[in-house]
Design a binder for this molecule. Structure first.
Ligand code: AQP
Length: 326
């Protein structure tokens, strides 16, 4: 069976981009692989957070994982900091990673490069991400397009470690779902939908009220034309609506384009909103039920045990290869 690992940060609200780009792949893969799905709370610390809010968001994300369809009987669902091997392996890998390659990470350049007060964790975070993945001898990592560069670094670090110290790691492959790899912001379809966007009009949160979802889609930025066709370059807004509608309805983009010939953007917006609401309604109902039941802490405790059991051997191999006494 294929080993699968991926994670999400318990920061901000989870949005439709995270769901379509990453989470839906997680759910599909749990049927065929040995899957580890992590809530990467240590990554969240790279930017100062309110501790109480971080704790709340961590449970919330676990609840969303399960409500969206991740099954703790099929996949290991756990919190990163509950398996101390991640932080330990990250240190070992920091002594393999180079300052030059970390300086080239675009996410670091965007978020922290010009700031003297950015934390050093923000700089080394891609190494922690590599440790997360490599510790599980992961073969496949389902992520959205924005993680491609971090995945290349992960592969480089695995190969370098294997060359320098002997074969310890599997070199993982990235899995990006082309059609939903980059869901764009509703208020600005030139940029990806993002939870750190300055305006709430940018994203649809997974727990958002139907009324608000409809309103945001109605106000989604499109273009001054009238023709509905799929052309991300010229018609980013309309194409984004088509991608979202197609992903939640299961209808192909070609079918949708045909269906909306001669109709206005307004129709497409309302129908996309309704399809999204229908997709999210059962998830929201399960989420509220689950959070009331208090089940989440048990699921996370079981996940932590399974995660620790899965990484002990690889961490020991890393230490031994690097010359530490076991
Ligand atoms: N717009 C997107 N379209 C498709 N996939 C996306 N992902 C994020 N945005 C989109 C994917 O979601 C997974 C979890 O991401 P994360 O928790 O690491 O957060 P992120 O990449 O930092 O997501 P955000 O929402 O964009 O947060 P900010 O604004 O803080 O950067 C990843 O697999 C990611 O690719």
């Amino acid at each position: 069976v294929t080993r699968v690992f991926s994670g999400m940060q318990p920061t901000g609200v989870l949005h439709l981009g995270n769901y379509l780009g990453a989470m839906k792949q997680f759910i599909a893969l749990q049927e065929e692989g040995e899957c580890y799905y992590c809530i990467v709370d240590l990554h969240a610390l790279t930017i100062p957070r309110d501790p109480a809010e971080l704790r709340r968001r961590t449970r919330e994300l676990a609840g969303l994982y399960v409500a969206a369809g991740l099954d703790p009987a099929k996949a290991t669902i756990f919190v990163q900091s509950h398996n101390p091997d991640h932080a330990e392996a990250a240190w070992l890998l920091q002594c393999v990673a180079r300052i030059g390659e970390l300086s080239r990470m675009t996410q670091f350049k965007d978020k922290g490069k010009d700031s003297e007060s950015a934390t050093s964790g923000l700089f080394t975070y891609p190494v922690l991400m590599a440790a997360d993945i490599l510790l599980y001898q992961t073969e496949v990592v389902p992520v959205g397009e924005d993680q491609r560069q971090h995945m290349e670094l992960t592969r480089d670090l695995a190969e370098r470690f294997n060359r320098q110290y002997g074969e310890v790691f599997t070199v993982p492959d990235v899995r990006i779902q082309k059609a939903t790899a980059r869901i764009m912001g509703l208020d600005n379809p030139e940029k990806k939908m993002s939870k750190s966007a300055p305006s709430e009009a940018n994203y649809i949160a997974l727990l958002e009220e139907p009324k608000s979802i409809l309103k945001k889609f109605k106000r989604a930025v499109t273009d001054s034309g009238t023709e509905i066709r799929f052309d991300p370059e010229q018609k980013a807004g309309v194409s984004n609506l088509l991608s979202i509608y197609s992903a939640v309805s299961g209808q192909s983009i070609d079918t949708l384009v045909e269906q909306y010939q001669g109709k206005g953007y307004g129709h497409l917006k309302v129908d996309t909103a309704e399809a999204v609401i229908a997709e999210l309604e059962p998830l929201q109902a399960r989420y509220h039920q689950l959070m009331e039941s208090g089940e989440i802490d048990d699921i996370l405790a079981k996940g932590a045990k399974q995660a620790r059991a899965a990484t002990a051997e690889t961490l020991a191999k890393m230490k031994e290869a690097m010359g530490l006494i076991l």
